[in-house]
Design a protein around this ligand. Structure first.
Ligand code: APR
Length: 236
């Protein structure tokens, strides 16, 4: 393997072929909802029931037996396993809040925008696993008096998780891959430039080219182009 420190960023496009809607493609998730109503702290404060309904529907989809990781998720888990076994460094950063990378076997990963199957106390921020529907009246178990629970999702205007660890990994990477992301939401949209500034080779794997600056691009469905690229990486 010609690279020693691989950092991967994924977005909604990697889960599209598994059946999870992206955000900005036609008929995407944001088409039916105003972002400010369902993905901001202000929207949650104004109408918690609407926000719970939005996330309960997305969380319920994860329990659908038909929903499975696709070949792109599986190829990334295989890359991590082989590369780390050979002594390499690997970090998967996902913007996605589904559980498909975890189900595919990815271990060294950061879910920077949170996870649908986690909820947290609005007061303490303590997070806990949650696979069923959440109602506005569900009490936390960490505060007295009890406080409401909210989806453990990073909303617009909130700080994504583990940014220091992410920035350190980007500075040390010699290969950066961006998969299935439109590159329209910061800070993730700036990760390729940070990696490139530290000397990493940057590759975009997406259905179509975005406005992002990359050293190379491989375009097509993730379930095709990601396994293809990873096979080349593992068999130089
Ligand atoms: N294979 C590869 N790429 C695909 C596929 C596919 N089958 N289908 C769609 N794509 C690409 C689209 O071309 C697009 O560039 O995936 C990208 C999806 O972009 P978005 O819908 O904007 O999703 P994402 O980039 O993950 O959004 C980032 O924005 O709304 C916030 O928090 C939300 O995490 C999300 C963030």
């Amino acid at each position: 393997m010609r690279y020693s420190n691989i950092v991967v960023l994924t977005g909604a496009g990697i889960s599209a072929e598994s059946g999870i809607k992206t955000f900005r493609d036609q008929h995407g998730l944001w088409e039916n909802h105003a972002i400010e109503d369902v993905a901001t702290p202000e929207g949650f404060a104004a109408n918690p029931a609407l926000v719970h309904r939005f996330y309960n529907a997305r969380r319920a989809q994860l329990l659908d037996p038909a929903l499975k990781p696709n070949a792109a998720h599986l190829a990334l888990a295989q890359l991590e396993q082989h590369h780390c076994a050979a002594g390499g460094q690997f970090l998967l950063i996902t913007q996605n809040v589904d559980n498909l990378h975890q189900r595919a076997g990815s271990k060294r990963m950061i879910a920077m925008h949170g996870q649908l199957q986690q909820v947290k106390c609005v007061q303490s921020g303590r997070s806990q696993p949650w696979t069923g529907p959440l109602s506005p009246s569900e009490p936390c178990s960490c505060c007295t008096p009890t406080q409401p629970l909210r989806p453990d999702i990073v909303w617009f205007g909130e700080m994504p998780y583990q940014m220091e660890q992410i920035e350190q990994a980007l500075r040390q990477a010699d290969l950066f891959m961006a998969i299935g992301t439109s590159g329209q939401v910061y800070p993730a949209a700036g990760f390729a430039a940070v990696a490139a500034a530290s000397g990493a080779y940057t590759v975009e794997l997406n259905l179509a080219a975005t406005r992002g600056e990359f050293a190379a691009g491989l375009y097509g469905p993730a379930s095709k182009v990601v396994p293809q690229f990873i096979t080349q990486l593992l068999n130089p």
